[in-house]
Write a protein that binds this ligand. Structure first.
Ligand code: FAD
Length: 392
């Protein structure tokens, strides 16, 4: 792996740097620095700004409206976004269903759905998990029964993030009952205003509204919305789950923002006569955190290179997901420690229902707990590493 940039890469870096210097409003930066995801309306606006610049889809091929960037360019783009205090792009349309549609979808589906993902005119949510079918996704029970030109869908999805703002959902549903549980599952696209869909909020401990239950009662979805072949959804789903872990590679590049935030807070905090950052114990903890973040960035570079070369990145994606989520959670705790009593001066800005004295970083820290659950829990990632990387 060659880690040095050539002249063209450096020119590209300057171009990206200039975009992010002017392209991100200050109030976004503050929220991102607090470890919070921007609100959907802001993420849509962010996506539109990138689209206007021709950078809507850093990982997509050019023929579908992507940038066609090399792995080095992708790395530079995410690094510069991170340096500038910009957020990661929202991934469910862009990195999950978009690539599945351009890989397995038919011409009509590509034409209908890909442009809306690039511009964020369509917001997609992921209807995979169910009660009793999270880690063990093959246990899913939602049924889609053919009736003329429609599927009639019944079941319940769980933890459907942003279903309350999404215009579309991609669903896994059982279209036949084979003995092998992975068979007979199909991938189906549906608008969220389909009659028979009902969304119910799930409160989470960070008191932001992210996620939902999705009930499907006799919902009629045209069979034209089936992606690829009926019954082959499990195969597409596995590709998609691999890709979800890949997404954490780009997100991991944003961990540097936590390092800087902790450092800034520790510089500002006085402990007796000196700054917290000058106390040996805290300095050692921060140094260790930063070293591990730098090591993770190197793993990310290898992951991006693998992906570009078409190499199966399964175990490496799991390694990055594991390290990223645990480092992120540790970084958020370190940040709270660095703020000490000062954290009480932070005000939550984004949710009227939030207790007014709840600090934004505290909210970010509580949100960080989910990173070792969603996209496949840490225990499952350990299993994947054990099986696919260590051959256990
Ligand atoms: C906030 C949030 C947002 C989410 N967003 C979405 C979304 O948008 N769309 C979507 O489809 N899903 C979403 N998920 C679901 C997420 O992917 C699942 O929660 C996750 O896969 C775990 O499944 P589960 O919750 O059913 O837990 P379970 O699978 O019941 O697991 C419970 C515990 O047992 C452990 N465990 C299970 N099986 C094994 C095993 N074989 N070996 C060792 N340990 C095991 C797990 O690691 C976990 O600790 C979201 C979840 C959360 C919390």
């Amino acid at each position: 792996m060659n880690l040095s940039f050539d002249a063209a890469d450096l020119a590209f870096r300057d171009e990206v740097r200039e975009f992010f210097r002017d392209g991100i409003p200050e109030n976004w930066r503050l929220r991102v620095q607090a470890g919070l995801r921007l609100d959907p309306a802001e993420l849509i606006e962010y996506q539109r700004r990138l689209h206007a610049r021709g950078w809507a889809a850093p990982t997509w091929p050019k023929e579908y409206g992507g940038t066609g960037w090399t792995p080095t360019q992708q790395y530079i783009f995410w690094s510069e976004a991170s340096e500038a205090g910009a957020p990661p792009q929202f991934h469910q349309g862009l990195e999950l269903i978009g690539p599945i549609i351009f890989t397995y979808g038919n011409a009509a589906q590509k034409e209908r759905y890909l442009p809306g993902i690039l511009t964020c005119d369509d917001w997609w949510c992921q209807g995979y998990s169910e009660p009793g079918a999270g880690s063990d996704l093959a246990a899913l029970r939602t049924r889609a029964v053919r009736d003329g030109d429609d599927y009639v869908v019944n079941g319940q999805k769980m933890w459907t993030s942003y279903a309350h703002v999404a215009s579309h959902v991609f669903l896994l549903a059982r279209t036949s009952l084979e003995e092998k549980r992975q068979q007979g599952i199909s991938l189906i696209l549906a608008p969220m205003d389909t009659p028979g869909f009902r969304v119910a909020k799930i409160p989470t401990m960070d008191e932001k509204y992210h996620t939902n239950e999705l009930f499907l009662d006799d919902a009629r979805i045209p069979t034209a919305n089936l992606v690829g072949e009926e019954g082959k959804g499990w195969g597409y789903g596995k590709v998609l789950l691999d890709r979800e872990r890949m997404v954490t590679a780009s997100t991991a590049i944003f961990l540097k923002q936590t390092v800087w935030a902790v450092r800034e807070a520790a510089r500002a905090r006085r402990v007796g006569t000196r700054a917290l950052i000058d106390t040996p114990d805290f300095a050692a903890q921060l140094a260790q955190f930063e070293i591990e973040v730098i090591a993770l960035q190197t793993m990310v570079l290898r992951l991006i290179t693998d992906a570009a070369g078409g190499v199966d990145s399964g175990p490496r994606g799991s390694m990055v997901k594991l390290r990223w989520s645990s480092l992120y959670q540790r970084g958020m705790l370190l940040w709270l420690e660095a703020l000490g009593p000062e954290m009480a001066h932070f005000c939550a800005e984004d949710d009227a229902t939030l207790p007014p004295d709840m600090p934004a970083v505290m909210q970010g820290m509580l949100y960080s707990r989910v990173t070792s659950i969603y996209g496949g829990s840490s225990e499952i990632q350990h299993n994947i590493v054990a099986r696919r990387a260590l051959g256990l």
